[in-house]
Write a protein that binds this ligand. Structure first.
Ligand code: LMR
Length: 329
């Protein structure tokens, strides 16, 4: 039997966690031969909910599940963690934008970031989904002594999948045939879903769909999809968020170099003129477990303006939490 890996989930009593846990222990993330220790972190008042989850996990007799730890202590949850899903955060409700959650959630990411720095594996992969996820990732990264940019990404697959699904629907093809969409910037209403480089069955996407549809419908629908789901469901996305989290973490582990590109929100190194030090979504490839930004894409003036808009929002978010951004080195 392989040595079990430690997977920590914050906000473990929440809806997304409930959808995520079962995918992970069923082998969807690491395959059918990798045993898993689950470390479930929750605030003290919600620990009783986790008792129910632990009972259900036991009742599923998952072959891959080796051990479950339930705790309200970040240092226990993150101890020797190999993979971390940071879901724990106040979710937005109708009428809010994600950045309205910034002050409410920032402190959580300082505390969790510190604990990660103290006890997680030095190779830990931390995927942040709690909103506003890009800036929360920055806070956690800056708080995590001894960890670096290579250890953190913010969830952007939710937008990536939304964009693929919508473009495929418009072109009348299965989403499997859509390649090389880019989501630039923030997981927010300023993100820029870009199809200038996308392909559908090997043809340029912009030859398959109308440019006005791209500008006037596609972009705003992708930008506002989270809000539309809140309006319809009465709460924010759950199943699609959990699925996106599994897919992004999985693609961060496997080598994607042969398959066009994917997207992740990572620490900007100044690529494409974006200010270094923001957590910005870029087209990337994963090579030997490391995320590499795809460079050299031609950008239209329209695209540059859209990329700046979302960069500006990220700068404003960063400035609003500047007091919390103590460097980890
Ligand atoms: C989403 O995009 O569905 C999530 O980030 C939740 C939200 O607040 O929109």
């Amino acid at each position: 039997m392989k040595t079990p890996v430690n997977i920590a989930i914050t906000g473990a009593a929440g809806r997304i966690s409930y959808a995520l846990i079962y995918r992970i222990v069923a082998g969807e993330l690491l395959g059918p031969e990798q045993p898993i220790n689950l470390h479930l972190l929750e605030v003290t008042s919600e620990l009783s909910v986790l008792e129910g989850i632990v009972m259900e996990l036991s009742d599923c007799i998952f072959p891959l599940l080796n051990k479950v730890i339930v705790t309200d202590q970040p240092n226990v949850a993150f101890n020797q963690a190999d993979y971390v899903f940071m879901l724990g955060a106040k979710p937005r409700v109708l009428g809010m934008e994600r950045h309205d959650l910034l002050q409410a959630n920032a402190e959580i990411f300082v505390l969790h970031g510190r604990a990660l720095g103290e006890v997680a594996s030095r190779k830990v992969k931390v995927l942040v989904a709690g909103n506003p996820s890009n800036t929360n990732t920055l806070i956690a990264l800056k708080s995590a002594q001894g960890l670096g940019a290579e250890n953190f990404t913010a969830l952007i697959y939710l937008d990536f999948h939304r964009a693929i699904g919508l473009l495929a629907e418009q072109a009348g093809v299965h989403p499997n045939y859509v390649k090389d969409i880019v989501i630039w910037g923030n997981h927010s209403a300023t993100q820029y879903p870009d199809i200038h480089h996308a392909q559908i069955k090997g043809s340029a996407a912009l030859d398959c769909v109308d440019y006005n549809w791209f500008v006037e419908e596609f972009i705003p629908i992708v930008q506002q999809r989270g809000g539309a789901i809140i309006e319809a469901l009465g709460h924010s996305s759950v199943a699609s968020a959990a699925y996106a989290a599994v897919c992004q973490m999985k693609d961060w582990i496997v080598d994607t170099r042969s398959e066009g590109w994917i997207n992740m929100a990572v620490l900007s190194d100044g690529s494409y003129g974006i200010e270094p030090g923001l957590i910005y979504s870029y087209p990337v490839r994963v090579v030997n477990g490391d995320v590499e930004i795809v460079r050299g894409l031609d950008l239209s003036e329209f695209s540059i303006a859209k990329m700046k808009e979302t960069e500006l929002e990220l700068k404003a978010e960063r400035d609003a939490v500047k007091h919390l951004l103590t460097s980890s080195d």
